[in-house]
Design a protein around this ligand. Structure first.
Ligand code: NI
Length: 192
């Protein structure tokens, strides 16, 4: 298992564009899918919905997104290269997000309700995706990764936005002042 986690600086870099789809790129995609499924096997209550290349230490603009995000039985992922947000629309919605690179914590994160995304498939075809609901949220979360942004950045200082899973698989609130405010794993660049 080699998921990169906070405060690793590789999660904080802007990743490089994929210009040629070659064996190296296909290998990265395979590795991302393999690691997502491995992680999920060890996390009973969680589904690995998506992953971005920097989460495995690859400095490339690649994400993978699960075909069916509610179904652990469906192990198909769609790779997207150089995904870009064309436009976001709709109300700001708040919902839970977790991240393989931010162990232990979940956040209630504000995101626009809808997003239009442009990307390339692994065959080099340009695709445009009109997403809403959890797919829009997931795509925005993963594209953030390619720009060195984590979900915790969107809720920094928000005292009731952090949660964790208890041993029954329920999300329970975390004491912000005690656990988050001065947490150098989450916010390593903060001044004391
Ligand atoms: Ni993430």
């Amino acid at each position: 298992m080699k998921i990169v986690t906070t405060p690793d600086p590789r999660l904080r870099t802007k990743c490089k564009k994929v210009n040629h789809i070659d064996d190296e790129i296909r290998q990265i995609v395979d590795d991302m899918i393999k690691n997502s499924l491995e992680w999920e096997k060890k996390h009973e209550f969680e589904v690995s919905a998506a992953l971005a290349a920097p989460q495995l230490g690859y400095d490339r603009r690649i994400i993978i997104v699960r075909d069916d995000m509610d179904n652990k039985e469906n192990a198909n992922f769609v790779p997207l290269l150089n995904p870009e947000v064309i436009k976001t629309e709709g109300k700001t919605l708040y919902d839970f997000e977790g991240c393989l690179s931010v162990p232990n914590y979940y956040g209630k994160v504000p995101r626009p309700a809808k997003a239009r995304i442009k990307a390339q498939t692994i065959d080099g075809q340009e695709v445009r995706i009109k997403a809403d609901g959890f797919l829009a949220r997931t795509l925005l979360h993963e594209i953030d990764h390619l720009n060195g942004i984590l979900f915790i950045d969107h809720i920094k200082g928000v005292k009731n936005a952090f949660f964790r899973l208890n041993d029954k698989g329920d999300l329970v609130p975390v004491d912000y002042d005690k656990e988050i405010a001065n947490n150098k794993d989450l916010y390593p660049d903060d001044e004391d």
